[in-house]
Design a protein around this ligand. Structure first.
Ligand SMILES: O=C(O)CCC(=O)C(=O)O
Ligand SMILES: [Fe+2]
Length: 301
């Protein structure tokens, strides 16, 4: 149901692989990819680095709490994101880092390019996370080129939109599902991602569930080194609904779990409206709007 695809075959333009990718993009909206430039041991190291960060005492994480800022860089406490307004805020914690512009860049004041906040410990956290950020962006760009080809667009159709991309890298930490959790409490409640493509690494634990077109949920698991990919709202706009942004969630269970999504969002000024329409949908406006809806400290009410 969820296809497993070889990233090198996507890159090489292998017909059968692109056909499966196109089918996933138009259908269930999820696939997994393996055999990327990011080796399993590299991904494991990154996951363990995030785990060490999340295991720090709360006081250390509070030092870089994003709730003290007007943006979304640094630590997000439990209950600080509400992705579904019909559910309670998520019980997960997370750490977000993103694209930084030089101070004199005309877009530098926008909150989608806010400066990162790094913890002092664990040692080497910043370096490891930044190196992963750079390499995961290349993997995501390659997959996106494959998708363009798979849906009969020029392979480089999306390239120009990623010059100053609002790419966000997140570490999610799901503790054991709390005893107080009700039917309205989730690790992450049902949502669609906001951008173009999400490249998700997990520690291999189960938890992610993907909504089937006809209703019901499919569990998706991937060990470190195999990535779950899915498509976001901007991609659905941009392809006039050809590519699907599929709802997904994590209810959470008996064991802690780490996942590391890279949200591959384009440059702020990109128009992600359907090609040939006279609509304008600014990627930056859409992202800022979704952030203001879902981060509790940015909600306006
Ligand atoms: O942890 C997961 O498997 C999914 C996380 C997710 O959907 C998200 O962070 O947007
Ligand atoms: Fe998601």
């Amino acid at each position: 149901m969820i296809p497993r695809l070889d990233a090198q075959l996507i890159r090489a333009g292998d017909r059968a692989t692109l056909a499966a990718l196109g089918e996933a993009a138009r259908g269930v909206g999820f696939a997994t990819v393996y055999n990327t430039a990011l080796t399993p041991s590299r991904v494991e190291d990154v996951i363990e680095m995030y785990r060490a960060f999340f295991h720090l005492p709360e006081s250390a994480k509070r030092e870089i709490d994003m709730a003290r800022t007007g943006a979304n860089r640094g630590w997000g406490a439990p209950g600080s994101e509400q992705v579904d307004l019909d559910a309670n805020p998520d019980y997960k914690q997370f750490f977000d880092s993103g694209y930084e512009l030089s101070k004199d860049d005309p877009l530098a004041a926008l909150s989608v390019y806010a400066p990162n906040q790094w913890p002092e410990v664990p040692a080497g956290f910043r370096e490891m996370v930044q190196a992963y950020y750079d390499d995961a962006r290349d993997v995501a760009m390659d997959v996106l080129r494959g998708i363009a080809a798979a849906i009969d667009m020029p392979r480089d159709y999306f390239d120009a939109a990623f010059a100053k991309p609002m790419v966000l890298l997140r570490g999610n930490y799901y503790p054991e599902r709390p005893v107080w959790a009700t039917a309205k409490d989730f690790g992450i409640a049902t949502h669609t991602d906001y951008g173009c493509l999400t490249l998700l690494a997990t520690d291999g634990s189960p938890g992610l569930e993907v909504r089937k077109r006809g209703g019901g949920w499919i569990a998706v698991e991937a060990p470190p080194g195999e990535f779950v990919i899915n498509f976001g709202e901007m991609m659905e706009f941009w392809t006039a609904g050809d590519v699907k942004a599929t709802p997904h969630r994590v209810v959470g269970g008996m064991h802690e779990r780490i996942s590391v999504p890279l949200f591959f969002n384009p440059t702020h000024d990109t128009n992600v409206a359907p090609p040939g329409s006279d609509q304008v949908i600014s990627a930056g406006d859409h992202l800022a709007k979704r952030f203001e809806e879902t981060y509790v400290h940015l909600q306006k009410q």
